[in-house]
Design a protein around this ligand. Structure first.
Ligand code: CP
Ligand code: NVA
Length: 305
């Protein structure tokens, strides 16, 4: 298989996602049955992290071990990257030593430059602009509960951040619609999203209007990593954008609730919603690991069988 990276969601096409989800279902089932599956024995994953993480780090590290390989966690500040070594040089060196690399960092441009100089697959573990591994898990989770996502409506409430951008890219590939409601000044930046058209999303100033007819309501923190200086202003600006039970009541009766986590109860979501019966956040978090195992298997071995 030729060298392939997963830097943003639309790096893959619909057939590739269908394959990944089929593999995820099988890989998850084997894991639940405590059956050993070691297709990546002898392979090594390097994980360069420039920002905090619980789920992304653990799901990649545990996932690689479960596939028979090894994972090396590299906080950027402990590497020479943290002392100014060029990204291009680091990519050339690291990719001679390992088989696959995950990066969590700031600008998307950093992962792009890294991948351009890497001889092994590079996976975006979150940038300011994108979080493709999150939406891989979110769509898989939606399908586990509700089947096909095509034709469905997703309501995104809050900040038009990396996770929102990735939902918008996914909407074009899977043919669903995203209703986006952000406070004024926090709207989608089309240049960050990489959309080919404007058919799959609609903007709403009122979040209650946005969730009408939604099959899934989702949100995220008001202040993403790297934007901490804006926290106080954002607390005021987003005050009307808490997904609470009153807002969920405006969505379809069987609407699911998702949040990539970590969550702030009482800010972007109320405790009764995230801990309530419509919330699928724990499955969503667990599925990070199963989907990423399928992703690593695909990037390293291609389609099996
Ligand atoms: N959802 C997510 O990426 O979580 P972490 O920041 O804990 O990795
Ligand atoms: N938008 C959040 C997601 C965290 C997983 C952030 O970038 O901090």
């Amino acid at each position: 298989m030729h060298l392939k990276h997963f830097l943003q969601f639309n790096d893959f096409n619909g057939d590739e996602f269908e394959y990944l989800f089929e593999r995820t279902r099988w890989i998850k089932q084997e894991f639940k049955q405590y059956r050993r599956y070691w297709p990546l024995a002898g392979k090594t994953l390097a994980m360069i992290f420039d920002k905090h993480s619980t789920r992304t780090r653990l799901s990649f590290e545990a996932g690689m071990h479960q596939l028979g390989g090894a994972a090396i966690y590299l906080p950027t500040k402990d590497t020479q990257l943290g002392r100014g070594e060029p990204v291009e040089d680091a990519a050339k060196v690291m990719s001679r030593m390992v088989d696959v690399i995950t990066i969590r960092t700031y600008e998307q441009d950093i992962v792009r430059r890294f991948a351009e100089n890497s001889i092994v697959p590079v996976i975006n573990g979150l940038t300011d602009e994108n979080h493709p591994c999150q939406i891989l898990s979110d769509i898989f989770t939606f399908m586990e509960y509700r089947g096909d996502i095509a034709g469905k409506t997703i309501a995104w409430i809050g900040d038009s951040n990396n996770v929102c951008n990735t939902w918008l890219q996914a909407a074009e590939i899977f043919n669903f619609k995203v209703h986006v409601s952000t406070p004024p000044g926090y709207e989608i930046k089309p240049e960050c999203v990489g959309l080919s058209g404007l058919n799959h999303y609609e903007k709403f100033s009122c979040p209650h209007e946005a969730v009408k007819n939604a099959d899934l309501v989702t949100t995220d923190v008001w202040t993403s990593m790297g934007f901490e200086a804006e926290t106080e202003a954002r607390m005021n600006d987003f005050a009307d954008f808490c997904v609470d039970s009153e807002m969920m009541a405006c969505a379809n009766r069987d609407a699911l609730f998702m949040h990539c986590l970590p969550a702030h109860r009482g800010e972007e979501v109320s405790a009764d919603v995230i801990d309530g019966p419509q919330s699928v956040v724990w499955d969503e978090a667990e599925n990070r690991m199963h989907t990423q195992k399928a992703l690593m298997e695909y990037l390293l071995l291609g389609k099996i069988g």
